[in-house]
Design a protein around this ligand. Structure first.
Ligand code: NDP
Ligand code: RET
Length: 466
C-alpha cells in the first residue's frame, strides 16, 4: 500500500505541466474549429513555420518587415517557458506564472482534498499503511468508510472547484484581456477612417481615437447602425468630429463612391484602419462575384486602400492598420479556386481571407518603403463580438464562454496600439497581437505568394497598382 505522499506527488509529472499554446498550435486549433474538421497531416511549410521562431518581445522588430528567425533546430512549437517563445519575456511570463500557479494550485487542492479523504480510508482500514496499525475491521465498516471517503471527496471537489474558480477569476480575466495600449498620444487635427466601426472592435477603436481628438470617419454599410454608434461616441467623448459615411465592402461601386466623396471632402488622411470583416458566411458572393470572405475581408479593403493611398502619402507620416487574425495560420491562397467554386468551407474561407490580409500588408509595406506611410497587420484576440453571427453554434459558444473571450474594448487595444503608438512610427510590415510582435505563419511570410496575390487582386478589381 502506498502512502498518501506517494499517491500525491508534490510535483506533477512532466506530462501534466502547464504548457501555453504557441501561435502555430492555436492557429491549427482555430483552423480545425472554424473548418469543423479535425486536423489533417502536416501541410507543406508547417514544419518550417514551427521551426521558424518568433520576434522577441523585448526587442523592437527589425525595419523592413523581416520576421526574426531562430537558429535552425528541430521542428517544434515553442512554449512560453522557453527562451525565444512568443510570450513577452517579463510581463507575460509573470502572468503565465500566476495562472500556472493558480491552475496548478487548484488541481493540487482538489487532488489534495480527495487524497486526504482517500488517505483516511487507508488508515481506517488498517490494510498495511504502516507498521503498528490496527488490524482490518469487519467488511461492513470498510464499505461504510469507503462510501464516506467517496462522498467526502465529491463534496470536497464540489466546494473547492467553484471557490477556486472564484478566487482565480480575476487572474483569468486579466490573462484573457491581454495587452493594453499604454500610449497617451493625442490625435488633434488627425483624420482617421475606420471600416466596420458601428459595432465590436471597430466601434471601440473609433471611440478611443475620438477620445484622443481625431476626426473619425465611421465607414459602414448600415447607416442607421452607424449613426447610433457615432452619436453614442460623440456624446461620450464630447468629440463632434465623428462622421458617418456609407461604405459597403461587398460592392466595388460603393467603395469607389465612398472614396470619391472622401477625397472631395477631406484634404488629409493620417490613419486608415481596415477593420470590417465577415466570418463563417454561407456560400455567397459580393456584387462583383467575389466569394464573400475574400471579397469583403481582402479585396474590398485592397481597393479602398488603393483609392485612398495618395491622400495617405500626402498626409504622411500616416499609417495603415489591417485587422487580420490568428486564423491566418489556417489559411492558404488557393489561386486555382479563389472563389471557392470547386470546394467551399466557410471556416477555411475566413482563414484564407485573413491570410490575404497578412500577405497584402507585407507587400504593401515593401512597396511603401520610404514614403513614411506604414502598414501593419494584427490579431485582436478572440473577442466577444457579432462576428460569429452567421453560425448558430459559435454564437452560443461565444455566449457560454464569454468570460474567456476579450471584450470589444480589450479586442481593440492592438488596433489602437498599431494606430497611435509612438514606438511604431517607423515600424512597417509587421504583425501584432496583444500589442506586441507576434508569430506569422510560413504562408504569411511567403513573398512570392504576396506578389502573386497582389497582381491577381489587381486583375480581379480591374486596377493598375504598381
Ligand atoms: N471577434 C474576434 O474574435 C476576432 C475578430 N477579428 C477581426 O476583427 C475585425 C472586426 O471584427 P469584430 O468587431 O469582431 O466583428 P463584428 O461582426 O462585431 O464587426 C464587423 C464589422 O464589419 C462590418 N461589415 C461586415 N461586412 C461589411 C461590408 N460588406 N461592408 C462594410 N462593413 C461590413 C460590420 O457591419 P454590420 O454591423 O453592418 O454587419 C461590422 O461593423 C474583423 O476583421 C475580424 O475578422 C479577428 C480575430 C478574432
Ligand atoms: C475551441 C473552443 C473555443 C475557442 C475558440 C476560439 C479561440 C476561436 C477563435 C476564433 C478566431 C480567432 C476568430 C477570428 O478570427 C471556445 C468558444 C472558447 C469554447 C469552445 C471551444
Amino acid at each position: 500500500m502506498r502512502t498518501c505522499a506517494e499517491r500525491l506527488p508534490r510535483r506533477p509529472p512532466p506530462r501534466f505541466r502547464f504548457r501555453c499554446f504557441s501561435a502555430c498550435e492555436l492557429g491549427s486549433a482555430v483552423r480545425a474549429a472554424l473548418s469543423g474538421c479535425p486536423e489533417g497531416p502536416a501541410l507543406p511549410g508547417q514544419k518550417k513555420q514551427q521551426a521558424a521562431g518568433v520576434a522577441p518581445a523585448s526587442r523592437p522588430p527589425p525595419p523592413g518587415g523581416a520576421q526574426p528567425r531562430q537558429a535552425a533546430g528541430p521542428a517544434r512549437c515553442l512554449t512560453r517557458e522557453e527562451p525565444g517563445a512568443a510570450a513577452p519575456l517579463g510581463q507575460t511570463t509573470a502572468r503565465a506564472g500566476a495562472v500556472r500557479g493558480l491552475c496548478g494550485g487548484a488541481l493540487r487542492g482538489c487532488l489534495l482534498l480527495a487524497g486526504r479523504a482517500q488517505g483516511s480510508r487507508g488508515v481506517a482500514e488498517g490494510t498495511g499503511a504502516g507498521p503498528g496499525l490496527p488490524p482490518a475491521p469487519a467488511m461492513s465498516m470498510e464499505r461504510a468508510a469507503g462510501m464516506f471517503t467517496c462522498w467526502g471527496a465529491a463534496l470536497g471537489a464540489a466546494v473547492s472547484v467553484p471557490v477556486l474558480f472564484l478566487v482565480a477569476a480575476p487572474y483569468i480575466r486579466r490573462y484573457v484581456a491581454g495587452g493594453q495600449c499604454k500610449s497617451t498620444a493625442k490625435l488633434d487635427g488627425k483624420v482617421v477612417v475606420i471600416t466596420g466601426a458601428n459595432t465590436g472592435i471597430g466601434k471601440e477603436t473609433a471611440r478611443d481615437l475620438a477620445r484622443r481628438g481625431a476626426r473619425v470617419i465611421v465607414a459602414c454599410r448600415d447607416i442607421t447602425k452607424a449613426e447610433a454608434a457615432a452619436s453614442e461616441i460623440r456624446a461620450e467623448t464630447g468629440n463632434q468630429q465623428v462622421i458617418v459615411k456609407k461604405l459597403d465592402l461587398a460592392d466595388t461601386k460603393s467603395i469607389r463612391a465612398f472614396a470619391e466623396k472622401f477625397l472631395a471632402e477631406e484634404k488629409e488622411l493620417h490613419i486608415l484602419i481596415n477593420n470590417a470583416g465577415v466570418m463563417l458566411c454561407p456560400y455567397s458572393k459580393t456584387a462583383d462575384g467575389f466569394e464573400m470572405h475574400l471579397g469583403v475581408n481582402h479585396l474590398g479593403h485592397f481597393l479602398l486602400t488603393f483609392l485612398l493611398l495618395e491622400r495617405l502619402k500626402q498626409s504622411a507620416p500616416a499609417r495603415i492598420v489591417n485587422v487580420s487574425s490568428l486564423a491566418h495560420h489556417g489559411g492558404r491562397i488557393r489561386f486555382h479556386d479563389l472563389h471557392g467554386e470547386k470546394c467551399y468551407n466557410r471556416g477555411l474561407a475566413y482563414c484564407h481571407s485573413k491570410l490575404a490580409n497578412v500577405l497584402f500588408t507585407r507587400e504593401l509595406a515593401r512597396r511603401l518603403q520610404g514614403t513614411k506611410v506604414t502598414a501593419n497587420a494584427l490579431h485582436p484576440g478572440s473577442v466577444h463580438s457579432e462576428l460569429v453571427r452567421h453560425s448558430f453554434v459559435m454564437t452560443w459558444l461565444w455566449k457560454i464562454f464569454s468570460f474567456f473571450l476579450k471584450t470589444p474594448w480589450e479586442g481593440a487595444q492592438t488596433s489602437i496600439y498599431c494606430a497611435v503608438a509612438e514606438e511604431l512610427d517607423s515600424v512597417t510590415g509587421q504583425y501584432f497581437s496583444d500589442c506586441q510582435p507576434a508569430y506569422v505563419s510560413s504562408w504569411g511570410r511567403d513573398d512570392e505568394t504576396a506578389k502573386k496575390l497582389w497582381s491577381v487582386s489587381c486583375k480581379l478589381l480591374g486596377i493598375q497598382w504598381d
